[in-house]
Design a protein around this ligand. Structure first.
Ligand SMILES: *Cc1c(COP(=O)(O)O)cnc(C)c1O
Length: 427
């Protein structure tokens, strides 16, 4: 499929018509275990000498289609599907870091990820240093001998701040550190982080990839470009792994990370994706580019409308002329800036509350990336477990309202916003 363009790959990649069933749509295999040809075959599968299905925690034919599809769309060498985006993040981190190690992360990320990093990883002995992703000195100064990865979102949650991927990646690579990018808000249709130096790309497939808020899932894609062999930061990759027949994962070269993630971490932690959800996500990705184009068109129109409304105090959308991220958006997001962003109403918290309560079409939920338009007040919900300093660092104020613009008719979306703004501001 390599020579085809994105829209074609989104539909066809990852699946060849099955010789036995001739099914055109990728089949859903609700299956756990797979018969071995004989004892030698079983042994060779267990020793990773041969590829094949053993048990669905490790591989499943439907999950395999999803993994190959997203890996091709991101130009990676392999992918692994997880039960949720959070599981994808946690398992990626523990494939690189352990007790005593450090991660450097952007402070403008998903609220749940800030908790995962600051609370649970901390308790496991993995220290996460948070930095302002647009201050390159902070990344540089946070590096120590123990640093095992850089982590950021290209378009940050919730304010749609854009990170200079190439600049951050060059600091990481100069220090022999891999770069993890959470590309949930962008999807491979808007940005392919691997082209700009990302080594590992993560998606909460729950959002735009599935697209319809029906199933949860997470995906990790490996660029295959990071060299673990003889890298002093990664002794585990360079010594024989006694829990896996003495295999040296770094010797697998470009698949070292993703093979270890599956063979060791998925084997032991087991946060695998249900094949049913994999099937739903495959269906979602088939229409990804159509949906993303409409999401981005609608979001841009809404951002421009809000900017022109005298009751609005600020709008954070990267492609607006007044955005501090306009240049970075032009460079990295030429297909559009996504549909998740924030704005505020003059009058602060109470006006914002009245506004959300007055919306009719928008769904008031803790979610993004749905075909439906969504709204939430981050300071009291998605980011409510953050300290007041963390809220300031993440750029969230009392009056910040987060929107995730859907693919309904733009007139209906804007009319709904307008009537709610009018009620909230007593017009
Ligand atoms: C939702 C989300 C996650 C977590 O994914 P789940 O599928 O909800 O576990 C991680 N990162 C970003 C940017 C998200 O929006």
């Amino acid at each position: 499929m390599k020579d085809y363009k994105f829209d074609t790959k989104a539909i066809h990649s990852g699946y060849e018509i099955e010789k036995s069933t001739h099914s055109v749509v990728p089949p859903l295999y609700l299956t756990n275990a797979y018969q071995f040809d004989n004892v030698d075959h079983a042994q060779s599968l267990f020793e990773l000498k041969e590829e094949g299905n053993i048990y669905t925690r490790l591989q499943n034919p439907t999950n395999d289609i999803l993994e190959k599809k997203i890996s091709e769309l991101e130009d990676g060498v392999g992918a692994l599907a997880f039960s949720t985006g959070h599981a994808a993040i946690f398992n990626t981190i523990i494939n690189l870091a352990e007790n005593g190690d450090e991660i450097v992360s952007s402070n403008q990320i998903y609220g749940g990820a800030i908790n995962l990093f600051g609370v649970t990883l901390e308790r496991l002995g993995i220290k996460v240093k948070f930095v302002n992703p647009n201050n390159l000195d902070e990344w540089e100064n946070a590096v120590t001998d123990k640093t095992k990865a850089f982590f950021f979102e290209i378009v940050g949650n919730p304010n749609a701040s854009v990170v200079d991927i190439e600049a951050v990646a060059s600091i990481a690579h100069k220090n022999g550190i891999p770069v993890i990018v959470d590309s949930t808000f962008t999807t491979p249709y808007l940005c392919k982080p691997i082209h700009y130096g990302a080594d590992i790309v993560i998606h909460s497939a729950t959002k735009f990839l599935g697209g319809h808020s029906a199933v949860m899932g997470g995906i990790v894609v490996d660029s295959g470009k990071f060299v673990y062999k003889n890298n002093k930061r990664f002794p585990r990759y360079n010594e024989p792994d006694q829990s896996y027949h003495g295999i040296v994962f770094a010797d697998l070269k470009e698949t070292a990370f993703i093979a270890r993630l599956r063979a060791l971490i998925m084997r032991d932690i087991g946060a695998s994706l249900s094949p049913f959800n994999a099937f739903m996500l495959i269906m979602g990705i088939e229409t990804l580019s159509l949906r993303m184009r409409k999401h981005c068109d609608n979001a841009k129109r809404v951002a421009e409308y809000l900017l022109s409304n005298p009751n609005v105090s600020f709008v954070n959308y990267p492609s607006l002329e007044n955005s501090p991220y306009k240049n970075l958006a032009d460079k990295y997001l030429s297909n559009g800036c996504g549909s998740v962003f924030t704005f505020g109403l003059k009058g602060g918290r109470e006006t914002g509350k009245k506004f959300i309560n007055s919306l009719k079409l928008f769904r008031h939920v803790a979610n993004v990336g749905d075909v439906r338009s969504l709204v939430i007040h981050p300071a009291t919900t998605t980011h409510s477990q953050l300290s007041s300093q963390q809220l300031i660092d993440a750029g969230i104020s009392e009056d910040t309202v987060r929107l995730s613009i859907g693919i309904e008719d733009i007139d209906d979306i804007i009319n709904d916003l307008e009537q709610a703004i009018n009620i909230a501001t007593n017009k």
